[in-house]
Design a protein. Structure first.
Lengths: 235, 235
DNA sequence: GATCGTCTGGGCGCTAGCGTACAGAAGTCC
DNA sequence: GGACTTCTGTACGCTAGCGCCCAGACGATC
């Protein structure tokens, strides 16, 4: 039943490049497999590689005072990790760890910078993506301020689902709590509510979306706003 | 007593350019006076001009569903309005209105884009500023999520004070409430507390900082983090 | 001087989420 | 099979901020 796997293992940023440029760029990439929980960047550390997820996805978080964190962005096949290089910054501003295991394309930072300098469609495309990221950052700020936990949780699950190229993915209540900046107990309560309504099903960290439409109805508008921003700028 | 006015009426982004380039750039700018409340950009509208505040400062807000807003960034002589042009986006993502009246340097968008294409120190400098803005956006998101209103208010007042080139500035409780995404009454309570501690003094929308040190002690760490980020990247 | 709009203060009940603590259930490892 | 860790559920008191309302105070305007 390959109908459940319509996901082409490509990265949309790269796929949007015109043919010859794309081939040249891909030749400089290495296909790697990212393991769940793998740390790809830490704040202040030099960026050695950039990543273009194909099947995998990565969560970007801030570090706060202490061990507390807050999830800011998710990066899947629609984006890339290491974008700050196009602003001339060779150190990572955020913490990045693998949320969904799978394949990604990896390129050395220096080579990526050279590719940027060559011009062509690449820098244009990545500037657009950076713009989208800023919009999402702003949207997430608003969301964290105003929206109820259950809606924010639904939004996060939908964003993850969009980037996870499988039916479910792995994420514990504890981890979700850190992403959304709330207590674990709060997630348990909100997730239970979603589960009771048959929108999701989870079991020891494995989450599966059962009713995507229902979940979208439960999520705040930020989810759709993010998607429409991406579509408007990138497509 | 000119001791109270040590503020050089320049913009720091422009001041950082090397001599010949700076002169050329300034020749393309027009010095304008911005009035309190003037709207300089609306989301989705074309960017006709970019602004480099010298004495004035501008607040950037998101539009939410309905009339609600949330303040995201303040732009004074340390920054500029219209930076998204360097990402190739010619429409404003945010709402921008003049918070502190005064002078600014203005340039037509098309001319600004041409100046960017000439290379030199300008694009480098502005990319750095964009990076700083992203950091501040992320920090504000964290701040809105975790910090108490009084600390956030203190932070906002300090940020405004840094950009206002005078002893006080004009901002009502109502407006602060929109900036910080809370009720007006919440601001009244927090501001009263600050006033009782002799940190600020306000009267019908005119705010004056009395004890900057004390206010910094009341503010959350986000204020210092913002400043140190700017210093680290820009200086 | 009277009127009106703007700005600030305070009260009252409510709720989302906090901090903390404990317990059971499901896997894992030996 | 038993010990241990991880994950989830529940409970209890607490508080920051909400929504709403009204009252007073100041300043401008005519």
């Amino acid at each position: 039943m390959p109908a459940t796997k319509p996901a082409p293992a490509v990265n949309r940023l790269i796929a949007a490049l015109p043919h010859p440029e794309r081939q040249r760029f891909l030749a400089g990439c290495k296909r790697v497999t990212l393991a769940f929980g793998e740390i790809l960047a830490e704040p202040g550390a030099p960026i050695t590689h950039v990543y273009f997820p194909t099947e995998s996805f990565i969560s970007l978080t801030t570090t706060m005072n202490g061990p507390a964190r807050l999830g800011l962005l998710l990066v899947g096949d629609e984006g890339m990790l290491g974008i700050s290089l196009i602003l001339g910054q060779d150190r990572s501003p955020l913490h990045a760890s693998v949320q969904g295991p799978g394949q990604a394309l990896r390129m050395e930072a220096a080579q990526f910078c050279r590719a940027l300098e060559c011009g062509g469609a690449l820098p244009t495309q990545l500037k657009r993506y950076l713009y989208v990221m800023m919009g999402q950052l702003a949207q997430t700020g608003v969301c964290n301020r105003f929206h109820l936990l259950e809606a924010r949780l639904a939004r996060w699950l939908l964003m993850a689902q969009d980037r996870a190229h499988r039916d479910g993915f792995h994420v514990t209540h504890e981890y979700l709590a850190r992403m959304l900046g709330v207590r674990r107990v709060g997630i348990t309560k909100a997730a239970s509510a979603l589960q009771h309504r048959k929108l999701i099903r989870y079991h020891r960290g494995d989450v599966r979306i059962l009713d995507r439409g229902g979940l979208e109805a439960s999520a705040c508008s930020c989810f759709q706003l993010d998607k429409s921003l991406y579509a408007r700028i990138m497509d």
